[in-house]
Ligand binder design. Structure first.
Ligand code: KG4
Ligand code: ZN
Length: 335
């Protein structure tokens, strides 16, 4: 089965073709970050307008690159939610219209299920069951995964997502949107241990997270070291380092706890923050100590992309699932 996948939940238009036999045949991404950078974050109305402009040319490009004709496409998958309503409407309307015209089935995919399954596109994918840490701009969740669609929430953030904390910290340090990779790059220049940030909610049982206090801690530290509106370069880097160390340690402690409590030996990390190098290193060391294996996607498939939607949609379609007619995006949608 060849599935055309369409991702448009936020600020990237992602298109891919996944074949259940041959694997990924082609994928392309158009990122709107340059457009949103001057506003310091995603402007929903501009995002929708840009998706509308990009989506059809990108579909044509991917079909050409994969040398797949429209007659060969067996089904369409699109991101139904969660995400920005206008952006989701573009993907939903385009997907449903193409499916209607080509007379093929169509399936709406949960964006976080897409992230969760993205490591399946790699060479040595994890087997079920596993524990998954989903860390994106909107979500921080620990999930027990028994199979496709068999997800049990073990814990989640009670306030900000980890990616959101990275983005807000970036803003406080005068870095552009999206902040995660920029904070990580600045942290490389920083000295570990000069500042000690808290590891929120690690001193009590449970698998929930909280990142909003860390944000306040960052803000206070930045303000304490700002003189005449200026902050010393090394201090900025040391703050970035202290922040990243705190997030990475917190996520690592909770992942170890989830592995021990579930008795599972496989840990999958997914979502934008799973591209973070230090997080991968720390979790790799922790997993080795627990006799467990760590899995993640290539960096381009950690952040938003069409391949994960084509893959997840394909699995759902193979299980016989189909969308009902009508276009109903889900801006809020629990996994
Ligand atoms: O999964 P994603 O692309 O979009 C959502 O579904 O939210 O995640 C985006 C988030 C942003 O908050 C971004 O700053 C963060 O992932 N991110 C990173 C890194 N790359 C992306 N955070 C830390 N380190 C990175 N290398
Ligand atoms: Zn995402």
């Amino acid at each position: 089965m060849k599935v055309l996948g369409i991702e448009s939940s936020c600020d990237e238009t992602g298109i891919a073709i996944y074949d259940s036999e041959a694997g990924l045949l082609g994928d392309a991404l158009y990122s709107q970050v340059d457009m949103h950078t001057e506003y310091g974050g995603v402007v929903p109305e501009l995002a929708s307008r840009d998706h509308i402009r990009r989506v059809l040319p990108l579909i044509r490009d991917v079909m050409a690159q994969a040398e797949v004709s429209r007659e060969e496409i067996d089904a369409i998958a699109y991101t139904r939610g969660p995400g920005l309503i206008g952006a989701l409407m573009v993907g939903s309307a385009i997907a449903k219209s193409i499916a209607f015209t080509w007379d093929v089935p169509v399936i709406g995919v949960h964006h976080m299920e897409g992230h969760l399954l993205a490591p399946m596109l790699e060479e040595a994918p994890p087997e079920f069951p596993f524990v998954a840490l989903l860390v994106s701009g909107g979500h921080t969740q620990l999930v027990s995964v028994e199979g496709i669609g068999q997800y049990k929430l073990l814990g989640e953030s009670v306030d900000d997502a980890a990616g959101e904390a990275f983005d807000k910290t970036a803003m406080m340090l005068g870095l552009d949107y999206p902040g995660g990779p920029r904070v990580a790059a600045l942290a490389e220049q920083g000295v570990s241990g000069r500042f000690r940030f808290p590891r929120p909610m690690t001193d009590r049982p449970g698998l929930d997270f909280s990142f909003s206090g860390l944000k306040t801690f960052t803000l206070n530290t930045v303000q304490q070291h700002t003189v005449d509106g200026q902050i010393d370069e090394q201090t900025r880097a040391d703050i970035a380092r202290a922040f990243e160390d705190a997030v990475v340690d917190t996520l690592t402690i909770k992942c170890r706890r989830a592995l021990r409590e579930s008795g599972m030996k496989r840990l999958v990390i997914a979502g934008g923050v799973s591209a973070n190098k230090r997080l991968r290193e720390k979790l790799g060391e922790m997993a080795a100590g627990e006799n467990a294996a760590l899995y993640y996607a290539r960096p381009a498939f950690c952040t938003d992309n069409g391949a994960m939607i084509a893959y997840a949609g394909c699995q759902r379609l193979l299980a016989g699932e189909r969308d009902a007619p009508g276009i109903r995006p889900m801006p809020r949608w629990p996994l």
